[in-house]
Design a binder for this molecule. Structure first.
Ligand SMILES: *Cc1c(COP(=O)(O)O)cnc(C)c1O
Length: 423
């Protein structure tokens, strides 16, 4: 390969010719921040190197999928060992049992678990199960919560669109979202007896980081109970991320069903959904709700997930939460020293950058951020060797490899970048 072939710009050119937008997931194309994406050659711990040899501190970490950092030897070993024994069988394997047992042991509400291959599949399947179990049609979701890209859940809709079921994407028919109701986050909606389930990110991490206000999740629980609807937590990001037993453990509200992804795959393609045994027993082959997958419970993915969960002790979360709290305080100071009133929300080990002065509690507040300011800050950081997510509505994923030294470096860099943005 010549140097030319190895440049980010050249690869992106070639990518754009054969892949829509040059990427396999839209945010990666840098559309929100402008410029050309860096193509990663490899990662180690908290760092990634692009194909031009530039090293970045990586705050993206596969959007939270690799909490132990890139290429953690324990995960690499587990995956290599599993691969040597065969990559997929179409018959049950022991690791599927071990992983389900590990999740059930940690998350009190999960009595039974089904593995799938993405978070999207997990939420789509949980919704089908909720409808199958209750015999009802409506699904309530919240504006600014992301539940993957299945038709019925891909409804954006600000508060004004609530209950209209406006499709959030071309190619989604009105019909597909006719039974989807969108409500504002952090407000308990009044439900009726057509509602099969309320799906919620218990800690919202796809509109920046927005914590549930006290009483919101408790109120959802009570309202679901009042009308006999199921409460579904989408913990694809928050699961095994904000704490040892996810948001459920951290916040003490018990859902009927929970969706997982990201962390439990240790960086491999994974999703899972689980919950009450009586509800999960509507899933085939026990019950009438069909859901299947050629690669579900895949040997490599379950090996990576098991190796990852094994490392994630309560002490790990305590220590990392402490580091992240200090990091957020440092970042907040850097912003205020530069004369920017930007906020740094924190929940457990998750943190975010809100480029506004009034920390939001819902989607309307979240979208009142300064997107142009974020884009400028993003590039000022990237030029100095820190890779944030290329969009104002993503969060920061600190993990095992983000030591105090690494995070101090991010704060120092942020001070310079913030000063540049403010100037
Ligand atoms: C990432 C995410 C999903 C979708 O998971 P994929 O594996 O990308 O399909 C669903 N819900 C939440 C909360 C997520 O953050």
């Amino acid at each position: 390969m010549t140097d030319h072939d190895r440049s980010n710009a050249d690869l992106f050119d070639r990518a754009c010719r054969v892949i829509p937008g040059g990427v396999n997931s839209p945010v990666r194309a840098f559309g929100a921040v402008g410029g050309t994406p860096y193509f990663v050659e490899r990662g180690e711990g908290a760092h990634v190197w692009d194909v031009e040899g530039t090293r970045y501190i990586d705050m993206v970490q596969s959007y939270g999928a690799v909490i132990l950092g890139h290429g953690h030897p324990v995960v690499v070993d587990a995956v290599s060992t599993a691969a040597a024994d065969g990559t997929s069988f179409g018959a049950p394997t022991e690791r599927e049992v071990l992983l389900a047992e590990a999740v059930c042991a940690r998350v009190p509400s999960v009595e039974k678990l089904r593995m799938v291959s993405s978070g999207t599949e997990a939420t789509m399947s949980a919704m089908r199960v909720a409808r199958g179990f209750t015999g009802r049609r409506k699904v309530v979701k919240f504006a600014g919560n992301y539940h993957g890209h299945s038709d019925a859940l891909l409804v954006q809709g600000g508060t004004a669109m609530a209950s209209l079921g406006i499709p959030g994407s071309a190619g989604v028919t009105e019909h597909a979202v006719a039974d989807t109701v969108v409500a504002p986050y952090n407000v308990v909606p009044e439900l009726d007896e057509d509602v099969a389930c309320v799906m919620v990110e218990p800690v919202a991490a796809n509109m920046g980081l927005v914590a549930p206000i006290p009483g919101f999740l408790e109120g959802l629980r009570a309202e679901c109970d009042r009308v006999g609807a199921l409460l579904v937590f989408d913990e694809v990001i928050s699961g095994f991320r904000v704490g040892w037993a996810g948001a459920e453990g951290l916040l003490g509200v018990t859902p009927d069903l929970t969706c997982f992804g990201k962390v439990i795959g240790g960086g491999l393609p994974v999703g899972a959904y689980g919950g009450r045994a009586d509800v999960m027993d509507v899933v085939a082959p026990v019950g009438p709700v069909y859901q299947a997958g050629t690669l579900s419970g895949n040997p490599l993915a379950t090996a990576a997930g098991l190796a990852t969960l094994d490392m994630l002790t309560p002490t790990f979360y305590e220590q990392l939460s402490g580091r992240v709290a200090c990091f957020a305080a440092g970042l907040t100071s850097a912003f205020s020293d530069a004369g920017l009133g930007w906020q740094v929300p924190v929940v457990g080990t998750l943190s975010g950058i809100f480029t506004g002065t009034e920390a939001p509690t819902d989607y309307a507040g979240a979208t009142a951020c300064d997107e142009q300011g974020y884009a400028s800050f993003f590039h000022a950081m990237l030029r100095r060797g820190v890779a944030l997510a290329p969009g104002a509505y993503e969060v920061m994923f600190c993990g095992l490899a983000h030591t105090d030294a690494v995070l101090d470096r991010v704060i120092e860099t942020a001070a310079l970048a913030a000063a540049e943005v403010a100037a």
